[in-house]
Ligand binder design. Sequence first.
Ligand code: C5P
Length: 333
Amino acid sequence: GTAKKEGASVVFKLYCLAVLTVMAASYTVLMRYTRTVEGVRYYSTTTVFVTECAKMFFTLCILLKEHKGSIRKVSQELKGNIVGKPMEMLKMSVPSIVYAIQNNMTFIGLSNLDAATYQVTYQMKIPCTALLSVMMLGRSLSSMQWIAVFVLTGGVILVQGIGGEAVSHTTGTEGNYVVGLTALTIAVFCSGFAGVYFEKLLKGSDTSLWVRNVQMYSWGMLSAFLGVVMHDYQNVRENGFLYGYTPLVWLVVLLGSGGGIYTSIVVKYTDNIMKGFAAAAAIVLSTIASIMFMGLVVGWMFVMGASLVIAAIFLYGLPKTNTEKLPVRKSGT
Ligand code: C5P
């Protein structure tokens, strides 16, 4: 195949979106489970750090594979892009640090809110991301697409409001509602901003996705480590870094790191707005899975919400849009 370099095929995009969808769904369920149901409470700041390390490891493996196993070539490329381009490295610190804040905030949100409130609030990142994409990337959405964005948000909220309530058997435990909601609101803005900023840097230069990811995760490891030191230094000294790491927590790490890597692939081949559509499909699918496997009972609100999500996908015109490149700005920057 010679056309391989000319962007990804529709099948590949759908595959990435599907994997991300499944990962995001199981990630949220498992993360919440390990934070609210299981006995021993692990330190979530360490999980954010371990997840950054895992993403760095995966990325380096992929780079190594791209260079046909030549460690020398990989280190040459990385040296050129890390030591050799300090300004680019500095720019990447912005999305990376903002993501580190987001990743810690979602843990705080999940530990303090019931599943329904968490999911509904977190959906605000869909319109937030769309708005930031327009403002920061110079993208334009047709009025139909704006409508689709809001239909999607409404659809997910309907799906979550009911589906979430039915599964959130831990409502009213030690959670602090105000803390949870504040943390999650911060996470919403961080998600939108970091995602769009990463997309801007990725698509605004020739630097490859994997080199960009190494740049990102270097800062990610650093800031996540600072998070551990600032929040759990004493805990870690007393009980150890990996205190409370059950196999399920490792699964959270695996899903979180896989999800992050797939997020970056999805953003490269589609964009942050489409990622929101994938996440919405994830919630619908995971609810359907709960109906099938956990005997979850849903009412007409779920059916309506799910229909809205599907309608939004078509309204937006997903199959037709190609956003692998940034639009050319008309005015000077
Ligand atoms: O909630 P949202 O979809 O914005 O979360 C994106 C996640 O993807 C974050 O946890 C972030 O750390 C991760 N990510 C990544 N690599 C990228 C972009 C995002 O690991 N290049």
